[in-house]
Design a protein around this ligand. Structure first.
Ligand code: CDP
Length: 227
């Protein structure tokens, strides 16, 4: 029987999923997978190669040409696209503007979900995204559905992006997040929706330590059980 522990963290854009997932995986020595980074890297490839999203052939060929891998350095997770480190570039606005359209494509989802499920087959894992508790790991032991006030989310993301994007405004970030949330919640395939058994975590008023403790309390019983 497969006894590895899976923690699925889903939720809206920029509500701190990756901060929580990283802290949790560090504390418990679980593998951390940022599934959003995978969709972002695919979107970057589509942008760079002007992949025609109306053509099934072009999408299939592009997916064959895309090789993603994760590695850790300085306690940070990095992602490579065909051997090139793209962790910074995938966070910039051009990719953010494109990613939800690319992530809605059936072929893209099938391929990413396959790769994600493989990663969770034999290791304890924390994965964050939009469909982890509903589609990727419907049997995850712990499912968290994260949310936070949209204004606070935009402010957090703006702070991250502003130093390298002096022309960017808070309003643009707010609009971009709202648009992405709309696309993610209304798409036909695996939309962002809370799994029935997911615990809601609204972190608008929580510090990173408080949200970590909240989730640790849910996961630790499974860790004890597995000993
Ligand atoms: O960092 P942020 O929360 O803004 O987004 P992300 O986790 O990097 O995900 C970027 C985009 O990828 C999302 O807006 C979704 O369109 C897509 N995504 C998805 O469809 N399914 C996932 N499991 C993860 C991300």
């Amino acid at each position: 029987m497969n006894t590895n522990i899976v923690v699925a963290i889903d939720g809206y854009s920029s509500c701190g999923k990756s901060t929580l997932a990283k802290a949790l995986s560090k504390k418990l020595h679980f593998i951390y997978v940022d599934s959003g980074a995978m969709y972002r890297a695919v979107a970057l490839y589509f942008l760079r190669n002007s992949v025609n999203m109306d053509s099934h052939e072009e999408i299939a060929q592009a997916l064959k040409n895309i090789h993603l891998s994760f590695h850790s350095r300085d306690y940070q997770t990095h992602i490579t696209l065909n051997g090139e480190e793209v962790s910074e570039e995938i966070r910039q606005m051009p990719v953010s503007e494109k990613v939800s359209t690319v992530a809605a494509l059936h072929e893209v989802r099938v391929e990413m979900v396959k790769q994600q499920q493989r990663m969770g087959k034999s290791s304890n894992i924390v994965m964050d995204g939009r469909d982890i508790g509903t589609a990727v790991f419907p049997h995850a032991q712990v499912k968290i559905f994260m949310t936070a006030d949209p204004k606070i989310r935009a402010e957090r993301r703006f702070k991250e992006l502003a130093p390298k994007n002096p022309d960017l405004t808070l309003e643009e970030v707010f609009e971009s997040l709202a648009h992405r949330d709309y696309q993610d919640t209304t798409r036909a395939e695996s939309p962002l929706v809370r799994a029935d058994d997911a615990i809601i975590l609204d972190n608008t008023e929580l510090t990173p330590d408080e949200q970590l403790q909240f989730v640790l309390d849910k996961v630790l019983p499974f860790v004890e059980q597995a000993k």
